[in-house]
Design a protein around this ligand. Structure first.
Ligand code: ADP
Ligand code: MG
Length: 466
């Protein structure tokens, strides 16, 4: 049986993380963990208002190859970043670690705060979640690290508790005031399902969702405009929502169920913000009701058309009432709908990132073409497209690192054209192919000598046990 594309990508990415581990640190990792990025079908800026969200895990994810080390230090490298970070586990406090390493460092800090001491470890990261595209590469990084460190140490932490810990890392250590959705999606979503998350009670429900069964597909369009969650706008929207709730005398906007209740707000801006939150919560529940009513295969097409209509309404609400859309997103939605999409909306915190489109299965090509053409007309950087398929939550991969057999011998030694050597400058072990050119994977200053003729070889298909 052929391997599904998503699983193959995840396997390859995980093998790459394991290869990076060996290239950077020497030796094989003790294990590889992988956490997915996420998309959100409905419910934007509802999470911190105690409302509902409806995310799903992506096939794209972040892999962490991890090995124990002596001492109380985390040493980190990432295929997406230069250099290495060393973090003293006993000296962690918000503000002490900056840059990308703050995410895994924050996870170790939040775990310690919850009473879970993690051991010293070496961690190599590799990811195919685009960074800053609103697909939560940050939560994927946190969750892969959190799961790896706790499972490596044999610490019994449930996935919901781990999600709360990873969120604390992002909020308090990194300083990004995001809600619980991203980490919950990465740790709790199931393949073929949406995750209905009640952000007040943290109750979750798995909602079956297989667009392909209805002849539909989900397309993510990365508009390449970048957002910055630490920006003032996000904090301002949060503050406006809190103020609206205070003025209306409710603990949070979640308490409102009728958009007309927001008419009592005298300030038109606060009224619009509150109206978006109330109507978006309603749209989440409407999608769930539509999917729950199970019309059978014959009626599914109608259900997906209705979901498409709700996506369009959501985009209008985010653009007009919450005022967080951006020109590339508006143009993408317009072009996608004109090319036959059932629905589309901006996704994420706003002002940059991705658009989610629901498209008839045979309509992806025309939508891609129409959006690309629109971007060309505006002179914008061409968008990226990702197929989105509701996928499984974070887990350890049964990947057996094959770099060494019996702990000492390299599998490549037996191959005719590939042999094992060490870097002349820093001693990093590597494999050599006579055909290609590469630079030393450690990328350290003392090891900047280009290795003409070197490269790391991917594990061959079937070379990893699972
Ligand atoms: P996103 O929408 O992708 O979550 P964020 O701004 O919240 O965007 O998080 C992106 C940040 O997360 C990056 O700037 C980087 O610091 C960190 N990050 C994400 N993925 C990786 C990775 N594979 N390697 C290193 N850092 C990463
Ligand atoms: Mg993020």
């Amino acid at each position: 049986m052929s391997e599904p594309a998503g699983e193959r990508d995840s396997r390859v990415r995980s093998e790459k993380a394991a290869e990076l581990f060996e290239a950077w640190f020497g030796g094989g990792p003790d294990g590889v963990w992988r956490a997915p990025g996420r998309a959100n079908l409905m419910g934007e800026h509802t999470d911190y208002n105690d409302g509902f969200v409806l995310p799903f895990a992506l096939g794209q994810g972040t892999a962490a190859a991890v090995g124990r080390r002596a001492g109380r230090t985390l040493t980190l490298c990432s295929a997406q970043e230069d250099g290495e970070a060393e973090i003293a586990l006993d000296d962690l406090a918000p503000g002490r670690v900056t840059g990308w390493a703050a995410y895994p460092a924050g996870v170790a800090w939040a775990l310690a705060g919850a009473g879970y001491q993690v051991p010293g470890a070496r961690i190599a990261i590799d990811s195919d979640v685009p960074v800053g595209a609103g697909l939560s590469s940050s939560a994927a990084l946190e969750c892969a690290t959190a799961l790896a460190l706790t499972e490596l140490a044999g610490l019994p932490v449930s996935h919901p508790e781990l999600a709360a810990i990873a969120r604390r890392a992002e909020n308090e250590f990194v300083g990004v005031p995001s809600g619980i959705m991203d980490q919950s999606a990465s740790l709790l979503c199931q393949a073929g399902h949406l995750l209905l998350l009640d952000c007040r009670s943290l109750e979750t429900t798995q909602v079956p969702f297989v667009p392909a069964a209805a002849g539909a597909r989900l397309l993510l369009i990365d508009t390449r405009a970048r957002h910055e969650l630490t920006d003032g706008e996000y904090g301002q929207r949060r503050a406006e929502c809190e103020q609206a709730a205070r003025l209306l005398g409710v603990p949070s906007l979640r308490s409102l169920t009728d958009p007309a209740e927001t008419d009592q707000l005298a300030d038109p801006v606060l009224r619009r913000r509150a109206r978006h939150v109330v109507t978006d919560n309603q749209r989440v529940l409407e999608v769930v009701t539509l999917l729950d009513s199970d019309p059978g295969p014959a009626g599914l097409a109608g259900t997906y058309r209705d979901i498409g209509r709700l996506l369009i309404q959501a985009h209008h609400s985010l653009r007009e009432d919450f005022e967080i859309s951006w020109p590339e997103a508006d143009a993408t939605v317009e072009a996608a709908l004109a090319a036959g999409a059932l629905g589309a909306r901006m996704m994420g915190g706003g002002f940059g990132g991705s658009v989610l489109a629901l498209v008839p299965a045979d309509g992806c090509g025309p939508v891609r073409e129409a959006v690309t053409e629109t971007f060309g007309q505006h002179g914008w950087t061409a968008p990226d497209f990702l197929d989105a398929e509701p996928s499984d939550h974070a887990r350890r991969l049964a990947l057996q690192w094959m770099g060494f057999e019996g702990g000492t011998q390299c599998r490549y030694e037996r191959k005719s054209r590939i042999s094992r050597v060490r870097s002349p400058s820093c001693g990093t072990p590597s494999t050599v192919s006579l055909r290609s050119a590469w630079t030393c994977p450690r990328r350290r200053p003392r090891c900047s000598t280009p290795w003409t003729g070197c490269r790391w070889k991917s594990a061959p298909a079937g070379g990893s046990a699972r």
